[in-house]
Write a new protein. Sequence first.
Length: 470
Amino acid sequence: MTDRPKVVTRFAPSPTGSLHIGGARTALFNQLYARHTGGTFLLRIEDTDRERSTEANVQVIHDGLSWLGVTPDAPPVFQASRAARHAEVVQEMLARGQAYRDWTTTAELDIERERARAEGRVVRSAWRDGDAAKIPNDRPFAVRLRAPLDGETVVADLVKGDVVFRNAELDDLVLLRSDGTPTYNLAVVVDDHDMGVTHVIRGDDHLNNAARQSLIYRAMDWTAPAFAHVPLIHGPDGAKLSKRHGAQAVGEFAEMGYLPEAMRNYLTRLGWGHGDSEIFSDDDAATWFDIIDVVKAPARLDWDKLNFVNQQYIRAADDVRLAKLAADVHRTRGFDISPERLATLSQVIGLVKEAAQTTLQLADLTVFALGVRPLPLDEKTGRLLTPETAQRLGRLRENLSRSAAWERSALEGDIRAFAESEGVGIGKFGAALRGVLGGGAPAPDLASTLVALGREESLGRIDDALSQAQ
RNA sequence: GGUCCCUUCGUCUAUCGGUUAGGACACCAGAUUUUCAUUCUGGGAAGAGGGGUUCGACUCCCCUAGGGACUACCA
């Protein structure tokens, strides 16, 4: 048996905006693969763009990952703090003749770029084979990689397969800018190497970069990691996911009432499959997941399916936890949730969780229990409360008040017996009773609702309604 | 323009040369039901197009079409 080096994966977001679910899924895949192989999952914040990187965005990344439950196995590495090391590597490449100084001005570069495009070739600096005698020592310079002019570079991608690039198509990428700061492509390679990353699992959009980065590994005589470029997530219409599709940042999904474990399941299943398995645990995902099974094509976000998956997880979730989540939603809607109300919510959650797809809906379905007497009579219930129905509810109220045990099956029996004694179906007064008890808000079956509200509250609400109906 | 990637039901996927092309979401119909929902049963629905290779292609190769990424001294 060969001794394979331990797997090290990493997620490397740049803190220039919110954490998108596409990125979150990439992070998830990295973690899943590390777990699958018994390896380590790392986080590196690519904050070399000082203009756009902010402290707040770093926090957003941390918050998003920890909400999702995709946290790294070690403290994050901040790329900007490694600038000296990056420059050091460039010096070494210069010494080895694998890189060269470039004094081309931006104006000259523009001209060359235009010419290169017209000639159907890649940009080449005149300084690649520049005359040392003409070096303008007074001007700042960039450092470029001395990339091979012919031959080919193949990226052995775990998802896409072997991707072949002709070296003639690869330009001499800038390693160090003329202000001395490292570029992304250089920093990524140096950091991945220094961090011992064995598997670079990242977005599809970096596939082209992989070829150039391979050249840097070669120039430094470093062994390149395995690459796996996973497709991006598209919106329902197939276009790149954007705001108009409803949501894109993981924080938004949290606000929309999705459970983190449901998001993990949905995101894992999006672009990867294991037979007929749809709902699976984190442990199952870790044992089953292999990066080579990731689908090559981009997947579309499907709200219906996400809702379905979330519903499954809500059903399985603990009532007290769901009550707290529902309470949070109620609070954002201006409801004051006292400890008593939280207790009520905990009791009621079990009655409504089957029907909820999000914690937002959980809140919708529990408002009936939070009303303060007297509840205003909503329009629909008002219409249902005809004199006849009102009188009937009055008689039912008397029956219920004599009910010995205020529990579900007994009350259900009482209601049935009452309907029989009245010689009508439950449908004749059920809707009105529900409206009265719930204040017009959706409520569970009648007996359950009565139990949830309690004897005093239930009878009180009926009394309130009957007096308002007159 | 150039380089590269992608293409199975509406959507997510299974299949890894031989299947009536399977499952899930969504949809439609029926049953259950005191609202909404749930639940149950049934149904319609796919290999982009064209060439090869092969006894046999969704599966391998080529071309076309359609999507997408990259093409910065951004990441």
